[in-house]
Design a protein around this ligand. Structure first.
Ligand SMILES: CC(=O)N[C@H]1[C@@H](OP(=O)(O)OP(=O)(O)OC[C@H]2O[C@@H](n3ccc(=O)[nH]c3=O)[C@H](O)[C@@H]2O)O[C@H](CO)[C@@H](O)[C@@H]1O
Ligand SMILES: C=C(OP(=O)(O)O)C(=O)O
Length: 437
């Protein structure tokens, strides 16, 4: 278990460029399985989850070539379907959540797939009903294999387009169903589809490969099945969750930094949410400048009632940023209710912030009230264990702003989603030391 030792109280200065988006990259990598032709993917983040998925694709027979630090080509012209039945595949696929999205492309192209229970953050129940029901509607059959504890998915009669109203706007579920439908016979209509920029990016890439998808950006997608798809080049967007993490980090540590090339127009309501926390965000073309903050004051709602930040499917606020909003609010003036509606085990890390001196009431597993009294109530360093990616980054932000030294254990959970975070922040003035076992 690797550890960060963080000396708090050192503000950051300078420019930082966000990495490519983890959650877009997971979809795009799976989509490379849809064609035997070469697909080039640029701006891939160099993080554990992505490297593990690339290794998995390579083990499956995809020819992977690294073209530069963040660009790879993939050619899935000789997939070893038998490998999917091996314990090694099941173990590797189970280690990351993104692997669930290889099902759609494999069923679409080869009429069969195997799916172990996927990994990812342990942040509460993460059901797959939306994936299964949608893919079944297109004609696939699911069988649970008790010996390998995995699902076997087959499409003995091929796949046919269908109308479906998703029971929830699942992000990976929508991506999986789209990838299953692109080469099905006839028309598929997906209502209540997730429509965040990463799904839009997937659809745009598939259209460049020859797919026929309309309604991109809305929650009603229409897909006309085509015979086959061809190769393309795709560039991953900047990671909006990393952008948000850096905005929060800058404000809380009193730093002056500029985030370069953020694709501002794709950030949705996130910048406005930070503004409601009292953080000044200066847009400079496609960069975001955060001036040094002596303090920041949380707005109330217009009727004077206490601000609430709640997650919602896009274009609502991403659940992946609520841990960051929560930690940043501990050093604000004013109060806010953080309401994590989607996941039920994502707020338990607040115990550690309370140990550090934060004034937070965990009302129930989904809601935490943060009572900020500005920097009067500054945090003290402590020892903590990162339970998931976003709690991990929130703990790192807390440690960087705290008085004294903190230790964060299990930082693999941060490395899963943030590229070289210690080196990149140290180059701006942070004091983070990594100890690997
Ligand atoms: C690899 C990847 O891309 N992971 C992201 C993806 O996970 P993932 O695609 O697994 O998450 P889903 O969108 O399926 O759902 C996440 C959770 O929210 C609940 N839910 C979802 C939609 C809805 O309308 N109502 C509702 O309550 C689900 O029951 C589930 O518990 O989307 C999540 C929601 O943005 C993000 O936190 C994850 O970082
Ligand atoms: C929950 C997340 O990731 P995953 O779905 O891969 O666990 C996340 O990115 O915050």
């Amino acid at each position: 278990m690797s550890t960060f030792i963080v000396e708090g109280g050192h503000p950051l200065h300078g420019n930082i460029t966000p990495q490519g988006a983890k959650n877009e990259a997971l979809q795009i990598l799976c989509a490379t399985l849809l064609t035997p032709e070469k697909v080039v993917v640029e701006n891939l983040p160099d993080i554990l989850d992505i490297n593990n998925l690339i290794a998995l694709l390579s083990d499956m027979g995809v020819k992977v070539e690294k073209q530069s630090a963040h660009s790879y080509s993939f050619q899935a012209d000789n997939i070893d379907i038998e490998y999917l039945k091996t314990p090694e595949f099941l173990r590797k696929a189970a280690s990351l959540r993104g692997s669930v999205m290889i099902v759609g492309p494999l069923v679409s192209r080869f009429g069969q797939a195997i799916l172990p229970k996927p990994g990812g953050d342990k942040i509460g129940r993460r059901r797959l009903d939306t994936h299964f029901i949608g893919i079944q509607k297109l004609g696939a059959q699911f069988e649970y294999l008790t010996t390998s504890k995995a699902y076997s998915i087959t499409a003995p009669n091929g796949l046919s387009g269908s109308y479906m109203l998703l029971d929830e706007a699942s992000v990976t579920g929508t991506a999986n169903i789209i990838m299953t439908a692109v080469m099905a016979h006839g028309t598929t209509t997906i209502y209540n589809a997730a429509c965040e920029p990463y799904i839009q990016q997937l659809c745009k890439m598939l259209c460049r490969m020859g797919a026929k998808i309309s309604g991109i950006g809305s929650n009603l997608l229409t897909i006309e099945g085509v015979e086959s798809l061809c190769g393309t080049t795709h560039r991953i967007l900047p990671d909006m969750i990393e952008v948000g993490s850096f905005i929060g980090m800058a404000a809380m540590t009193g730093s002056e930094i500029t985030l370069k090339n953020v694709c501002y127009d794709e950030l949705g309501i996130m910048p406005d949410a930070f503004k409601r926390l009292g953080i000044e965000i200066v847009r400079q073309n496609d960069d975001i400048h955060i001036p040094a903050h002596d303090g920041y004051t949380i707005e109330t709602f217009m009727d004077g009632s206490i601000m609430t930040f709640a997650d919602a499917p896009w274009p609502g606020l991403s659940p992946d940023l609520l841990s960051v909003f929560l930690v940043v609010a501990t050093q604000a003036t004013g109060s806010v209710l953080i309401h994590q509606k989607m996941f039920e085990s994502r707020l338990f890390f607040v115990d550690k912030l309370i140990d550090m001196g934060a004034r937070i009431i965990l009302c129930d597993p989904h809601r935490a009230a943060v009572i900020g009294s500005g920097r009067l109530n500054s945090l003290r360093g402590t020892t903590m264990v990162s339970p998931d990616i976003r709690a991990g980054i929130a703990m790192l932000i807390a440690a960087m702003s705290a008085q004294g030294v903190s230790q964060i254990q299990n930082i693999d959970q941060i490395d899963r989603g943030y590229e070289n975070i210690d080196k990149r922040l140290n180059s701006l003035g942070a004091r983070i030391t990594r100890y690997s076992d």
